[in-house]
Design a protein around this ligand. Structure first.
Ligand SMILES: [Zn+2]
Ligand SMILES: [Zn+2]
Length: 319
């Protein structure tokens, strides 16, 4: 009795400390912000106090390839089809995700959403995403108080950062045909098949204002030009996979519209069907053309090709 009372008290204190940290006003401009690439479209952004994840996908299962995608040659792991239930790789998630306060999901495809229910339970983070994303969370019984449904256009204050939700569009996979673009319905019950966690449900991008930085995060290879013109992020996480080539002047329109961001980090460029240890040389070679496009459109932009789990510090912004 005493023991559980104490545990409860310690937990309550931990919650209070977390809430206090989250509700600090945006006055500390000098906290260093760091980014970490998790593979696929996944990122961790933190100032050491508040931890924001974007599309965290660490399981990297041998799942059904998207149009244009290929499984890794010689992969001996179990191959999953659309009708299969795939469990997240809890060991991989737990090895790299210790905490999170917010999980931002750009859309409901399995390489963006499969790990989110486990992460939501583990960290008690708020999950921000479309109706489709939240319906997948509900199927796994993630508590309703952790779910924040957005539609695009919201601009919310969350203590030490603010979040502008940008209406966006999905990568033009399969030669400009939207791929699996339905919305996950309410009322589903876990476990869900890969097909059930793969209705795109609309796509969002996110602008995070954090300690004087503006970090714009895309979850794929497309954008709505009128929605990004006038944003002036200093850091842009830009989808750099091959399907961007279906888009007219993809990097040029983006660089001009965003007014030449100081730093570009390519995202969603790797083969997420391969485990972390596998060679990504083919994807790295293909990425060179994206680097060249950005360089041509915005010569002063610093382009960093991220390595998995390597900490990328942003310069402290003095205010
Ligand atoms: Zn997708
Ligand atoms: Zn994806």
């Amino acid at each position: 009795m005493m023991k559980s009372g104490l545990a409860c008290c310690v937990f309550a204190m931990a919650v209070l400390v977390t809430q206090a940290a989250q509700s600090q006003p945006n006055t500390e401009k000098n906290n260093p912000v760091t980014l970490k690439y998790l593979g696929a479209a996944g990122w961790e952004i933190t100032d050491g106090t508040t931890c924001i994840l974007i599309d965290p996908y660490l399981s990297r299962i041998n799942g059904p390839p998207p149009p244009g995608g290929h499984p890794m040659a010689g992969d001996t792991r179990r191959a999953y089809g659309w009708g299969d239930v795939a469990s997240p790789d809890v060991a991989a998630i737990d090895a790299h995700i210790q905490r999170a306060d917010f999980v931002l999901v750009t859309h409901t495809h399995y390489d963006h959403i499969l790990d989110v229910p486990h992460i939501a339970f583990k960290t008690r983070a708020s999950v921000i995403g479309t109706e489709s994303t939240e319906n997948v969370m509900r199927a796994y019984a993630v508590p309703e108080e952790q779910l924040i449904t957005v539609r695009g256009g919201e601009d919310y204050q969350f203590g030490s950062f603010s979040l502008k939700v940008i209406p966006s569009i999905h990568s033009p996979l399969d030669h400009k045909r939207y791929f699996s673009s339905a919305t996950a319905p309410p009322g589903m019950k876990a476990p869900l098949t890969l097909e059930q966690i793969h209705p795109e449900g609309g796509t969002l991008a996110y602008l995070i204002r954090f300690h004087g930085h503006q970090i714009l995060a895309f979850g794929g290879m497309n954008y709505i030009e009128r929605e990004i013109v006038g944003l002036e992020p200093d850091v842009a996480l830009i989808g750099a996979g091959a399907s961007r080539k279906e888009v007219y002047d993809y990097s040029g329109r983006l660089m001009r519209g965003l007014h030449y961001p100081a730093m570009v980090l390519p995202t969603h460029w790797d083969n997420f069907l391969a485990p972390y240890g596998a060679s990504q040389q083919a994807s790295l070679d293909a990425l060179q053309s994206f680097v060249e496009e950005v360089r041509a459109a915005s010569p002063k932009t610093k382009i960093i090709v991220p390595k998995y789990f390597e900490t990328i510090p942003l310069e402290t912004v003095a205010k």
